[in-house]
Design a binder for this molecule. Structure first.
Ligand code: G6P
Length: 468
């Protein structure tokens, strides 16, 4: 107890349970980014092991102290599936799906956030730094500050923060802002997200803001300063480059092309099966291109990996049905015995296979209707050590701010998206190389270590200033 100098609090633990007492590191980039910091500074990670009713004592894995938070069946339903993924998720992604506001979900969300805050307060050493992650835990910063005023508290929001006109729908809009403002630094993906947050704070709480600083009133009648600004997250670019250079993975990429009948062009999409990703829009554009005769099924194949996600939430079940109906229709209309229009895979793959797919893909389609960052776009770029391939990227993905030489699209504009796909298919090697080299430079320069370092530096500085 009270021994960790650095504590991460996230909805999920950085490990997956693979057996009774067996854990495997989960594939997320966050773990990789924070591992060095964790090991240097006696780190702990507070999180949910991913299954209901699992009561586990804290344990150590790879030099990290893990503190499991137990959630009952009904807490998973109300806090995780309900409030997190059927209220905040659709609201924060511009109400692409209709958010549901249920008081019972909110009550459980408060209760579960308290549990996370208390666990973090129990494990953090005097004066420690605590870094809270994402929308499932927006109340934790303030709760933690009340329990442990000695701590330095950071919060990073991995998803978009919506415009005020949408945010103001939330029945608990003040509580959530107060919750987040418990942090010394509140990080967002895009400058626009930080701006939306500051505006909500001004409108709802009337706290003055100046540049990235927000003056938050304190109990003694004074104010403290909280910083809200953008820190675009990234990937371990070097790891992807190394994988992409492995002969076995390159051989696998060739094998993938072969097994698809060696089409001239492979289009590739990979997403969690989520309505924010624009998978239906992408398929609509692709289906119409076949229909119009602008592309031929013998030459062009779309490989779509849609990994299973949040399968007990209604909106996700409906989406799956719609997508699978669409795939069936397009394939039924356009497949030949030897060629398929869409190779659809409702599965998750290990990272090695993903990199082989990136190498096999001539055109990567990232068509999100709204996305905090979209790391797939960055993974594709990092994997293209040959400086070939075209990234088609939605301007509604956070990655669009940095990846400026991608082929940009508005996924709502189906005709525009169709033209962009044809442009990508026809792009010369020279033009591909020019764009890809610029993209690769960006991803290398701002990798995930640069991201975590800059956030933690801002946190140290903010704390030093607030103590002055
Ligand atoms: C997004 C969120 C993460 C979340 C992940 C997977 O990237 O920002 O917080 O962990 O999706 O979703 P899941 O509900 O399976 O944790």
């Amino acid at each position: 107890m009270n021994t960790a100098d650095f504590v991460v609090v996230a909805n999920r633990l950085p490990v997956d349970r693979v057996g009774e007492d067996e854990w495997r590191p989960s594939p997320g980039g966050l773990v990789a980014a924070l591992e060095p910091v964790m090991q240097r500074s006696d780190g702990a990670w507070v999180g949910w092991p991913g299954q209901p009713d699992l009561e586990l004592a804290p344990f150590d894995a790879d030099g990290i102290h893990l503190v499991p938070i137990s959630l009952s069946e009904s807490e998973v339903e109300h806090y995780y599936e309900g409030m997190s993924n059927d209220t905040f998720w659709p609201l924060y992604h511009d109400v692409i799906a209709e958010p549901r506001y249920r008081r019972m979900w909110w009550d459980t969300y408060v209760k579960v956030n308290e549990r996370f805050a208390r666990a973090a307060a129990d494990v953090a050493a005097e004066g420690a730094t605590v870094w809270v992650q994402d929308y499932q835990l927006q109340l934790v910063p303030r709760m933690l500050r009340e329990l442990r005023p000695d701590l330095t508290i950071g919060y990073f929001h991995h998803i978009p923060f919506p415009a005020y006109g949408l945010y103001s729908q939330l029945p608990w809009r003040r509580q959530v802002l107060e919750g987040l403002l418990g942090a010394d630094v509140i990080g967002f993906q895009r400058v626009a997200d930080a701006g939306n947050f500051a505006r909500a704070v001004r409108r709802q709480l009337k706290y003055p803001t100046k540049a990235s600083g927000i003056a938050v009133p304190t109990a003694d009648g004074g104010t403290r300063s909280a910083i809200a600004r953008a820190f675009p997250i990234s990937i371990d670019a070097e790891m992807y480059e190394e994988l992409a250079q492995r002969p076995d993975i390159q051989a696998r990429a060739a094998e993938i092309r072969e097994s698809l009948g060696n089409p001239k062009t492979i289009l590739f999409g990979v997403d969690r099966l989520d309505y924010t990703k624009g998978i239906r829009h992408r398929m609509k554009a692709f289906g119409e291109l076949l229909e119009d005769g602008r592309i031929d099924v013998a030459d062009v194949t779309l490989v779509q990996v849609a990994s299973p996600s949040r399968e007990r939430v209604d909106a996700y079940q409906h989406l799956r049905d719609e997508i699978e109906l669409t795939v069936g229709r397009i394939n039924g209309d356009h497949d030949t015995v030897g060629h398929t229009a869409i190779r659809y895979l409702h599965q998750a793959f290990p990272r090695e296979e993903m990199v082989a797919l990136y190498l096999a893909a001539d055109v990567m389609l990232v068509t999100a209707l709204r996305d905090g960052m979209n790391l797939v776009a960055k993974e594709y770029v990092a994997s293209r050590v040959d400086n070939r391939g075209v990234l088609v990227l939605s301007e509604f993905a956070g990655a669009s701010d940095e990846l400026t030489t991608a082929v940009k699209i508005n996924p709502h504009d189906i005709d525009g998206m169709k033209d962009a796909i044809v442009q990508a298919i026809e792009m010369s090697g020279v033009e591909q190389g020019r764009r890809m080299r610029a993209l690769r430079r960006k991803v290398r320069e701002n990798d995930v270590t640069a991201w975590s370092t800059s956030f933690l530096e801002a946190l140290t500085q903010a704390r030093a200033e607030s103590q002055r």
